[in-house]
Design a binder for this molecule. Sequence first.
Ligand code: ZN
Length: 280
Amino acid sequence: MTGTAPDPNLEVSVGVDLGGTDTRVVALDLDGTVRRDTTLPTPHDLPPSQAVAVLADVIADSLRSPPGHPGLRVVGVGIGASGPIDPHGVIRNPDTLPAFSGAPLTHLVAEQLGVPCVIDNDAVTAAIGEHRHGAGRGSAALLTVTLGTGIGVGLLLAGAPVRAADGSHPEAGHLTIGEPAPACYCGLLHCWEQAASRTALERLTSGQTTDIAARAQAGDTSSQDLFRRYGALVGELAGRLRPKRQRSPGTRRGGGTGTVGARYVKACVTGWWLRRPAVP
Ligand SMILES: [Zn+2]
């Protein structure tokens, strides 16, 4: 009797964080262990077909193994992308993802790699991840705020994303805040993400975020004040998004703000509590 030889390749799923600045590609085995982790600048000046081909190539390259090591076999790809995603899984974000906006991204990636590919807004995918495996595990209601090129907000009720009437995620980064902020690409003034995104923090620190965070940690009061003001901006509007008093937000630091997040989390939580709910 002859049996089928076991597949020597390790099965992995691939997660893609498609941001306005960088794109991160992570391959995890089915136990959740990270096997590959690659970051590249997000292409902006390519036509959609080329941008998708670049992304598929990066995924394929990240799965190659050195000689003598077991190969990786991708079984599926999940993409979290900045900005609105329409009900058909098409990115509608010409402002920060122009090279991918309007393209049938999941269809093209699935075709090139030969595996299923799904997509959602990056804040929604972050919320789903935290609900399944992180700070919000098992919670009935979960609000996630992501600080990147802009601000993303994902809201889950009973584990399911809350969406607008057109199926998109809540664009809460464009709620306005009572603080000076540069004019937003959306056409509004005082958008929260213009005042409190990672981009805004980099502007506040003139691109010296890591150095100023180190100074704050060493006790420099003006550097500490800068992070305190920034954290309050993050927490103030996040606090307005909760319907009633709830326990303090959990925090997960990652991406570009990971090394400095500790400098503003306390002010963020304080801002969260200072906001009074509109309906007690
Ligand atoms: Zn805006």
